[in-house]
Design a protein around this ligand. Structure first.
Ligand code: HEC
Length: 208
């Protein structure tokens, strides 16, 4: 019998598949008969000793952990060494931030960074300079999230500098100011006392 090539190939494949399936079934049946029980996926972890290590991944070295360990607490714990001036910060800002936050930090298109001092109808603005209670949060936030398209690329010096410039634009630092860990942690932000500690605990009690 003459068959078109494709049909012949398909037929051969189907035969091979049927044979393989039959052999597989036979092998399983064989295993069953020999007293070896087949485990379901659910039984597996309970029935088998798990190894202490799975043998993949590699040890997280102190250097690699340090690359992720970038959080900065309100009191300045975690601030790295380094420093930057308002003048240096202006250069960083103009190159890396201005396009999204505007020439003076108020124009956008993204969040304003400069706002009016907190007044009676606070918060008139949620701009970082006048809404955030701790200046140290700027280091944590900018270090991990900005510039938005290339976060993590600023050096510590550039981060201190750009914060100095932002705080200067907010009227909170003199033009010749220089920031380092100690000076940043010492800044009293104008909205510091506008927040109360949230000491609620648990869930259901809050709703009562
Ligand atoms: C590509 C656009 C872009 C660039 C460039 C950029 N930002 Fe941002 N930035 C944003 C956006 C968008 C947000 C809001 C993000 C959000 O709310 O999740 C933001 C938020 C912020 C905030 C928090 C504002 C607030 O009040 O919540 C700060 C501070 C900030 N950026 C600083 C900077 C600094 C400093 C630079 C330059 C080193 C920079 N940004 C560069 C887009 C950008």
């Amino acid at each position: 019998m003459r068959m078109p090539k494709g049909v012949a190939a398909a037929a051969t494949f189907a035969t091979a598949l049927a044979l393989a399936t039959a052999l597989g079934v036979a092998a399983c049946a064989e295993a069953d008969r020999s007293g070896e029980t087949l485990l379901t996926a659910r039984e597996l972890p309970e029935r088998r000793e798990l190894p202490e290590r799975f043998g993949f991944g590699s040890e997280a070295s102190a250097d690699r952990i340090a690359m992720w360990d970038i959080d900065v607490g309100p009191e300045g714990v975690g601030l790295p060494p380094g420093s930057g001036s308002v003048a240096e910060g202006r250069t960083v800002y103009d190159l890396q931030c201005l396009a999204c936050h505007g020439p003076t930090g108020t124009e956008g298109p993204n969040d304003p960074l400069v706002g009016p001092p907190p007044g009676d109808d606070w918060p008139q603005s949620r701009a970082a300079g006048h809404y955030w209670p701790y200046a140290t949060t700027l280091f944590d936030y900018i270090g991990r999230a900005m510039p938005q398209l290339t976060p993590g690329t600023l050096s510590s010096d550039e981060t201190y500098a750009v914060i100095a410039y932002i705080l200067h634009l907010n009227g909170l630092l003199e033009e010749d100011a220089v920031l380092d860990a100690e000076a940043l942690a010492a800044i009293e932000m104008p909205a510091r006392d506008r927040f109360v500690p949230d000491d609620r605990r648990g869930g259901p009690e809050i709703r009562q």
